[in-house]
Design a binder for this molecule. Structure first.
Ligand code: ZN
Length: 198
């Protein structure tokens, strides 16, 4: 099998996924080849559906299939609490843990000047618009505890404070360098419950 350009190309594509190395990618490709066209068709159609249907919520920039994501559509959520996070996967961590009843703002990444990611590349302007629309009593910053996440947190805090909004951030029992989406629920709960003013 080795040496077939189409196999190598597919392995190269699959091994770009987080947590998938060369070996796992090979196993996935062999699995697809063994199970024939049905699995391949399902894979193609599910990816096509992702591309066609999934975009971002016009309010919070979470992933959505409609105009608004399921969080923004839920009228039971508290619109006075806004939790700022880096990615939709962080939102999923909060939602899975069922810890938070406010709304989110998904920045779409974190500040990283070396990689050319400045405020303009993130959803900062839209955050500013949401804050200036009023009604938000507390902005909870839940960026990841990494160097870039910290820089992002400071930027967001300054932005919100300059607009007179109360700013808190997650308590750091969080492991430095860790990623929110991999935290267990009780650690995330402690971090949220123990949040402090910025
Ligand atoms: Zn939304």
């Amino acid at each position: 099998m080795k040496g077939l350009p189409s196999v190598e190309r597919a392995v190269a594509v699959f091994s770009r996924f987080p947590g998938i190395g060369q070996k796992s990618a090979q196993r996935m490709i062999y699995h697809l080849l063994r199970h024939g066209s049905v699995e391949v068709e399902q894979l193609i159609s599910s990816l096509q559906m992702l591309q066609d249907r999934v975009h971002t919520c016009r309010n919070c920039y979470n992933l959505a299939e409609g105009d608004l994501c399921w969080v923004c559509e839920d009228s039971r959520r508290d619109p006075t609490l806004l939790c700022v996070i880096e990615e939709s996967s962080d939102l999923m961590a909060f939602e899975k843990a069922g810890l938070f009843n406010g709304l989110y703002h998904v920045l779409g990444g974190r500040l990283n000047p070396l990689d050319g990611i400045g405020p303009e590349q993130l959803q900062m302007n839209t955050l500013q618009s949401r804050l200036s629309a009023g009604g938000i009593k507390e902005l909870i910053i839940a960026t990841n505890p990494t160097v870039e996440g910290e820089a992002t947190a400071h930027f967001v805090a300054q932005l919100a404070q300059s607009m007179g909004c109360k700013v808190t951030r997650l308590a750091y029992g969080l492991p430095m360098g860790g990623e929110l989406e991999y935290l267990d629920e009780s650690t995330l709960y402690q971090a949220l419950a123990g949040r402090r003013e910025f």
